[in-house]
Design a protein around this ligand. Structure first.
Ligand SMILES: [Cu+2]
Length: 148
């Protein structure tokens, strides 16, 4: 084995060890707002980047909905609107909250009826290649948080 190939082998081993590390992002307080009919449901959760580098949320999917997208709500001259977001950066050791009026995961076309009290799994795709599964508690249309 040459020195060069040994160095590459060590890098590969380091890469595997890194992949087995604890997740770089933690999530908690996941909830979603169930609206009547089959209207899209907004999902909210707090993310914490526990690593020392920036990690971005770059996608989402759920086995319970045909489509999941990252959106951001804003008010523009008093009119509520929302836009698709490709990437939500979480700064090193930083927190970002998905909350009503701001970032949310928009869950569209549920594959089965979802009612308050149900638990829905959403998997977030991170820029470092990790997948972060998060449980969301379904809450009624008038809920303002995970417990109220
Ligand atoms: Cu939305």
């Amino acid at each position: 084995m040459t020195f060069r190939s040994l160095a590459i082998a060590l890098l590969l081993v380091a890469g595997v060890a890194h992949a087995a590390d604890a997740p770089s992002v933690k999530a908690n307080g996941g909830w979603l707002r169930v609206l009547p009919g089959n209207l899209p449901a907004g999902g909210y959760v707090s993310f914490e980047n526990v690593s020392d580098r920036t990690v971005s949320i770059v996608g989402a999917s759920s086995p319970d909905y045909a489509s999941a997208m990252i959106h951001r709500s804003s008010t523009d001259g008093g009119m509520g609107r929302m836009e698709m977001v490709d990437s939500v950066p979480l700064p090193p050791k930083g927190k970002v909250a998905f909350s009503p009026g701001g970032y949310h995961v928009m869950l569209m076309d549920s594959k089965h009826p979802v009612k308050p009290g149900d638990r829905i799994m959403v998997t977030f795709e991170l820029s470092d290649g990790e997948n972060l599964p998060v449980t969301f508690l379904a809450r009624p249309a008038n809920a303002t948080g995970p417990t109220d």
